[in-house]
Design a protein around this ligand. Sequence first.
Ligand SMILES: Cc1cc2nc3c(=O)[nH]c(=O)nc-3n(C[C@H](O)[C@H](O)[C@H](O)COP(=O)(O)OP(=O)(O)OC[C@H]3O[C@@H](n4cnc5c(N)ncnc54)[C@H](O)[C@@H]3O)c2cc1C
Length: 401
Amino acid sequence: MHDNGTVTTARVDKFQYHDHYDVDGLLSEDHLLARAAVRDWVKKEVTPIIEDYSERAECPTHLFKGLGEIGAYGPSLPTEYGGGGMDEIAYGIIMQELERGDSGIRSMASVQGSLVMYPIYRFGSEEQKRKYLPKLGTGEYIGCFGLTEPDHGSNPSGMLTHYKEDGDHIILNGSKMWITNSPVADLAVVWAKDPEGKIRGVIVEKDTPGFSAPAIHGKLSLRASITGELVFEDCRVPKANILPEVAGLKGPLSCLSKARYGIAWGAIGAALDCYDSALRYSKERIQFDKPIAGFQLTQKKLAEMITEITKAQLLAWRLGALANEGKASPAQISMAKRNNVHMALVCAREARQIHGGMGITNEYPIMRHMMNLETVLTYEGTHDIHLLITGMEVTGINAFK
Ligand SMILES: Cc1cc2nc3c(=O)[nH]c(=O)nc-3n(C[C@H](O)[C@H](O)[C@H](O)COP(=O)(O)OP(=O)(O)OC[C@H]3O[C@@H](n4cnc5c(N)ncnc54)[C@H](O)[C@@H]3O)c2cc1C
């Protein structure tokens, strides 16, 4: 701060951000500016409306363009292909601030950036990149990622969706389940088996005959994010829409690594919002003539929450530093995704208790975060599947099958 009081840096009071280990000291000015910008946007655009949209189970689709404007799609992809040109830590911190608002809003951005733009950028032809990426980067196009099937979730290699060739087209058949953004998407990156049984990525545009994307209703979690199916019935897609540079499960798995990395950071945002609300409430709520923050059992909850948040922040930061060097392994990403999402869910449950009866209402964000985090614990690899990945890493033995 200057002597005249004007702020010249995004560095802030550690208590505002609950930064108890000077994690901000590990961040650059660019990271902090990105965080401040996204945080302001979330406060202005998300916080005032999110409880309402969530309650009505409606996706605030008007935010897709705003997310593009703040650079939430592919923050670490090159700018010439619609990305933000920043590093992996900036990408992480943007996801954290979005999920401080709502896991569903972060999901809108994660899917678009890491599961749609990233595979097109990494495995697409130059023509595909030029055609789709700039419009995805601004939110003019909405994308979705189709891997999971009704009978193949944790085991995507068993997928049934497949295609045969027909001249310069392919004929796609099968269905995908639990696809974020699918009913509102302009295009889907779909993983399907080619005539030889190899998994390939195919870009399917929304008006392609034989393609439909019905919504899934009745979700009690991630209610502000729209989820649907992808159905292909003799769907005729130009061969030119196949991603040419990858075959095999490593295609979708490398996208998932990118998205899981973002979730490892994002979950910290949800945890921080719960902690922040619980801390404030505990100082204001008087029982037995004193603030409940003065009781040891409340302090235990708060102290354990901030301890776990701090450990998660350091894990995410180190993962980000490794990712910046191109060294973050899928197993390291699994460990961080699993730990940080579980940590956030535990924080939400503890925060709910601190809020007493008020904690179950929509006057506070706690129940929404808690319900959202049940999805986050399951999607992009379940809590147990990530544990088995760590187990395989440390023992060298595959316990999946
Ligand atoms: C709201 C939402 C949005 C989603 N968005 C997308 C999306 O955009 N694109 C997409 O492709 N998918 C998406 N998914 C799907 C998600 O990734 C899957 O739900 C997830 O991978 C788990 O698959 P499943 O639900 O079929 O569970 P299953 O695989 O049937 O697992 C059920 C249980 O069995 C356990 N289990 C499975 N195998 C093993 C094993 N070998 N050892 C021990 N335990 C095991 C699991 O851990 C889990 O507890 C989304 C899901 C949800 C809920």
